[in-house]
Design a protein around this ligand. Structure first.
Ligand code: PLP
Length: 388
């Protein structure tokens, strides 16, 4: 079986050493030494000034909204994971959707101003699939109207924009270290800010508002993470360069092999070092996408409609039409991308997609071509039984 993603797992021996040290100390959580070490090493690796390790990427978003004291309306994107929208609603604010750019899949800055009202307090945008938003344009609008900016940078591990970690843009950036993400700590996340006062506030918020054992300075929540998760992070961080390099190779290989498919790919912003977190494909039609997804499933290759559906169509919100987003959510498919995939796997996946496309077209093949297609299909079917 080929799933859409597989978590990176370090060598068990490497992990065991950390676990043994936890057993020795008997210190499991509450800002333990491994959590501290992970924060220090991540700040170094990512080259960021401030970072707080928290329990997951959703709590990170909620702490960010709370720390900025946001009220009323928050402008956001309909094309993201549900946590981007549900965190806004959970914090008692109202999401106001602005459509996305057809090529980058990120919020369209040209459409933000018309959505601003006297009740707007912030912009919460996602760097979709790790591809940075138009951060300068968004910041200009925020400055003009006195709005705060939060970036959901859950996909951005390792992405740099104009020489700086993408986590350093906006008032606060958040990320996720969930097992499905490129770098993970099983469950986990982080908040980033350049503002020391906000940082201090979030330190308190992460830990019930505790200031020493008997004093409380803030309304807080439990956003802490634990020693076992930090151990996984410390192991995985040793392999982050390797994971990033492998993804780049696979991503570029896909691009080459799919050159003749009627589909488009995400336009990557210039001036960045990209992390190749996902491989999304936008097919010409929903029908072609579904046919490819189903045929791949027959061959034990499991892709994901990611993101689907549009967040502007969630059942607990008023439905808003977002023409660009609506068109993309119906046609987009994320193909498998993880560190242990091989180019042989990718050849097979791309061959299946090309075959589905050829079948769906009234195209005339020579007898020789037809025979070639049949042979390839038979080989793929045969190999399917070995794909466990
Ligand atoms: C994964 C993800 C989250 C949520 O992170 P968790 O750690 O699973 O809570 C939020 N936003 C986006 C865009 C994500 O992909």
């Amino acid at each position: 079986m080929i799933p859409v993603t597989k978590p990176y797992l370090p060598d068990l021996k490497e992990f065991d050493e950390y676990i043994a040290s936890i057993w020795e100390r008997q210190w499991l959580t509450n800002n333990g030494p491994l959590v501290n070490e992970l924060e220090i090493r991540l700040k170094e690796y990512l080259n960021v000034n401030h970072m707080l390790y928290v329990s997951n990427g959703t709590i990170a978003l909620q702490i960010a909204i709370k720390a900025l004291g946001l009220k009323g309306e928050i402008i956001t994107t309909p094309f993201s994971f549900i946590a981007t929208t549900s965190s806004i609603v959970w914090e008692g604010c109202e999401p106001v959707f602005v459509d996305i750019e057809a090529d980058t899949f990120n919020i369209d800055p040209l459409k933000i101003e018309e959505a601003i009202t006297p009740k707007t307090s912030a912009i919460l945008a996602t760097h979709v699939f790790g591809n940075p938003c138009k951060v300068e344009a968004i910041q200009r609008i925020a400055n003009k109207y006195g709005l705060k900016v939060i970036y959901d940078a859950a996909h951005c591990f390792g992405t740099k924009y104009k020489g700086r970690s993408v986590y350093e843009y906006g008032d606060i950036s958040t990320t996720s270290f969930h097992a499905t993400k490129l770098f993970h700590t099983i469950e986990g996340g982080a908040v980033f800010t350049q503002n020391p006062d906000l940082l201090k506030r979030m330190v308190y918020m992460r830990n019930f508002g505790h200031h020493g054992p008997e004093e409380f300075v803030e309304v807080g929540i439990n956003g802490k993470n634990c020693e076992l998760h930090a151990a996984m992070g410390l192991c995985n961080l040793n392999h982050a360069d390797e994971i990033l390099a492998k993804r780049k190779l696979l991503y570029e290989y896909y691009l080459k092999r799919l050159a003749n498919v009627k589909c488009s790919f995400q336009q990557l912003e210039a001036n960045q070092i990209y992390n190749y977190a996902y491989f999304p494909v936008v097919f010409e039609s929903e029908e072609l996408m579904l046919n490819c997804m189903n045929e791949l499933k027959n061959e034990k290759v499991f892709c994901r409609r990611y993101f689907y559906p549009s967040l502007a169509s969630l059942p607990f919100l008023d439905k808003t039409e977002m023409p660009v987003c609506d068109s993309i959510v119906n046609r987009i498919l994320c193909l498998p991308l993880y560190h242990t995939l091989t180019t042989v796997d990718l050849d097979m996946i791309c061959r299946i997609i090309l075959r589905v496309q050829n079948y769906s077209e009234p195209k005339v093949f020579s007898a020789e071509q037809q025979e070639q297609i049949m042979i390839e299909k038979q080989i793929d079917d045969l190999l399917r039984d070995f794909r466990v």
